[in-house]
Design a binder for this molecule. Structure first.
Ligand code: UD1
Length: 376
């Protein structure tokens, strides 16, 4: 199927790979993106008509997702939409509440209101594993626990692991889509609103809605100087600047890292597969790793083994302890399996990072959170 696809937020890290994949599959691609300075550089790319990272064939509209007229214009002649435009920092969402809610919730509302007059065949929206809050756990009796909560201070010691009601440790297991959301940050709330808006607004207007709950996406092109970006880009930027990666909690928190090319493939598939319509799918690698493991593996890939992680023993408000991906539904319904090997992916990331200059602003970001009591 060859279509004109509108990709909101298409100039961002994930968006650029999605555009390339859609283009490779023979689609015409149009991007609507505001090029926000936090992601695209301090000068805000003020005088730039289009970002150089986008292929020439991609049509580019620079506009905010909340600009209804620009969105309506971008929808003219579009057959389908990939909705990626969002503010993405979990920690930052806990104090820039209005900005996050405005861009993420209102922006999505604007898109769907404009879709009423300019309907498309299908919309695929990027959601996030953040909506789960804590992932799924199993208790000592083998019973699955959906509503685990982080431990608190016990006998003067911080307990990082969630405990059951009798205070026994829980074992994290892969999280499937049926686990009920447990929204622990404004960002997670925003992502859930985007998901629900997609399904609520698509059905009555004859549009097919699909949501992809992305796990931790990594790869070359992540915004290295954005201190609120994903953990691997933050660590890469620290290591590049000769600084130790700074690890919150004890570093044993577990995530699922999925390569951006796998994610781009998932979006392109979700846009066309008939059986995807109306669905919500986890997109992850199916492998879980601790934050310390990935910090060490990245330091090794970058030849910076001397920069051992600095474990700060504090937690960011809104962070979850463990969440990793149950890939079963995406495999069964979409035939999707991640292909990128993690060690090779890190080597490629390291090679890309070495060619970049990144401003390390992680200390600044931590100070912002600490000043508000959001790291404790
Ligand atoms: C990330 C994304 C979110 C996305 C989700 C699923 C960001 C900011 N967050 O959330 O948009 O929806 O994955 O794809 O991109 N950590 C450190 N040191 C640091 C930074 C982080 O130890 O300098 C730890 C955190 O405390 C956390 C883990 O690393 O335990 C992951 O953090 P982060 O990459 O911010 O991601 P998520 O909250 O998992």
């Amino acid at each position: 199927m060859s279509e004109t696809v509108l990709v909101t937020g298409g100039a961002g890290f994930i968006g650029r790979f999605v555009c390339a994949e859609l283009f490779r599959r023979g689609n015409a691609v149009r991007v609507l993106d505001a090029l926000i300075p936090q992601v695209h550089g301090p000068q805000g790319l003020d005088n730039i008509d289009r970002p150089s990272a986008l292929p020439d064939e991609v049509e580019f509209i620079r506009a905010d997702i909340r600009d209804g007229d620009a969105v309506a214009k971008a929808l003219k002649g579009a057959d389908s939409v990939v909705h990626l435009a969002s503010e993405v920092g979990v920690g930052q969402s806990m104090y820039e509440v209005e900005r996050y809610t405005s861009v993420n919730d209102v922006g999505t509302a604007v898109l769907f209101e404009r879709l009423i007059d300019n309907p498309v065949r299908r919309v695929v929206t990027a959601s996030s594993m953040s909506i789960y809050g804590e992932g799924l756990y199993r208790d000592a009796d083998g019973v699955l626990v959906e509503d685990a909560e982080r431990g608190s201070v016990r006998d003067g010691q911080q307990v990082w692991e969630p405990l059951d009601r009798q205070g026994r440790p829980l074992t994290p297991v892969a999280t499937p889509e049926w686990k009920r959301p447990n929204l622990a940050s404004i960002y997670a709330l925003n992502k859930y609103v985007q998901e629900r808006t997609t399904h609520i607004m698509c059905a009555p207007y004859g549009i097919e809605g699909v949501c992809l709950r992305l796990f931790n996406v990594y790869g070359p092109g992540q915004a290295l100087s954005n201190p609120y970006t994903g953990v691997l880009a933050i660590f890469a930027s620290r290591l590049l600047n000769g600084q130790q990666p700074m690890i919150f909690e004890d570093g044993e928190q577990r995530r699922d890292f999925v390569h951006v090319t796998d994610v781009a493939r998932a979006f392109a598939d979700a846009l066309v597969l008939p059986q995807a319509a109306g669905g919500t799918f986890n997109i992850g690698s199916g492998n879980d790793r601790s934050v310390t493991q990935v910090a060490e593996a990245l330091a090794q890939a970058m030849g910076k083994n001397d920069l051992a992680p600095d474990i700060v023993g504090k937690t960011r408000t809104g962070d979850i302890r463990h969440c990793f991906c149950d890939t079963g539904l995406a495999a069964d319904r979409l035939g999707f399996t991640a292909r990128q090997d993690f060690v090779e992916g890190l080597a490629e990331l390291a090679a890309w990072v070495q060619q970049q200059t990144a401003q390390d602003r992680v200390g600044e970001a931590r100070a912002e959170l600490e000043a508000r009591g959001l790291v404790a």
